[in-house]
Design a protein. Structure first.
Lengths: 108, 150
């Protein structure tokens, strides 16, 4: 995971595989970064992700709840048909916007 | 005599209920399934379904305790049958566990989508469970071999 901060939005760039095993340490890292800098929103960049199961959905939904408490938002950047399929199945599209570029996600 | 295609094949692997074995399990099954010449999408489906079943065994079956997870796969014709079994606490109400978004562990940020993912990505899903004995998930998928499609 690498991150970037633009306009008090935390951009989390994920690569490799997101499953139950990897999500536990990612959650800690993301939350620590988000809380220590008093940020509002999180953008998940999933374009380099090779694998994601429902643990990824749990991770994103958990961050959505945290951001909402701070009147922030969560958005996703994803272009992989495979990742988009599992996102769609989870119903996450109903509450979280998915963009195909980082710039679009930053603009909201 | 040279055999054409796959008639029947079988494999079994067992490992400790450690979360680091989730990726091991899905890679093993995917490698075995590759004998049926699946598409990238079919391989992704299988990997995801196996990941969900093995994660369930670790989190819910053994509740992070130490146990053995058994993964078996059978190839027959163009069909793969995958079994993921644990000998943990079992599921009291299978129907409820299979409801989308239901999770018995909401504090762990589980999405409750595990069984829904398995059902969607595979063609058939059967869950057998007995309290304090364990859980067995049997999933099958028909592979439309790439060479058959050409």
């Amino acid at each position: 995971m690498t991150y970037d901060i633009v306009d008090s939005q935390l951009i989390v760039k994920l690569s490799g595989e997101l499953d139950h095993h990897t999500s536990e340490s990612l959650r800690k890292k993301i939350d620590q970064c988000y809380n220590s800098r008093n940020l509002s929103s999180i953008i998940f960049d999933l374009r380099d992700l090779k694998f994601m199961d429902s643990s990824g959905i749990g991770l994103i939904m958990g961050r959505y709840k945290i951001c909402k408490e701070k009147s922030g938002n969560v958005s996703i950047v994803s272009t992989s048909p495979y990742i988009n399929r599992i996102l769609k199945m989870s119903g996450i599209y109903k509450i979280i916007r998915v963009f195909s570029t980082i710039d679009d996600a930053i603009k909201g | 005599m040279v055999e054409k295609g796959i008639d029947k094949n079988y494999m079994k692997v067992e490992f400790l209920s450690k979360s680091s074995n989730e990726s091991f399990a899905r890679v093993v099954v995917a490698a075995f399934a590759s004998q049926l010449d699946p598409t990238i999408e079919e391989i992704s489906d299988i990997k995801t379904a196996v990941s969900e079943a093995v994660t369930n065994a670790i989190i819910h079956g053994y509740e992070y305790g130490e146990g053995i997870v058994v993964v078996e796969a059978k190839l027959e014709g163009n069909k793969i049958e995958i079994t993921v079994e644990d000998f943990g606490k079992g599921i009291e109400n299978i129907q409820k566990a299979m409801e989308p978004f239901y999770t018995s562990k909401p504090n762990l940020e589980r999405s409750g989508m595990g069984f829904t993912v398995m059902e969607t990505f595979m063609d058939e899903l059967v869950v057998e469970s007995e309290v304090n004995k364990g859980t067995k998930v049997i999933m099958t998928k028909v592979i439309n071999s790439q060479s058959n499609r050409e």
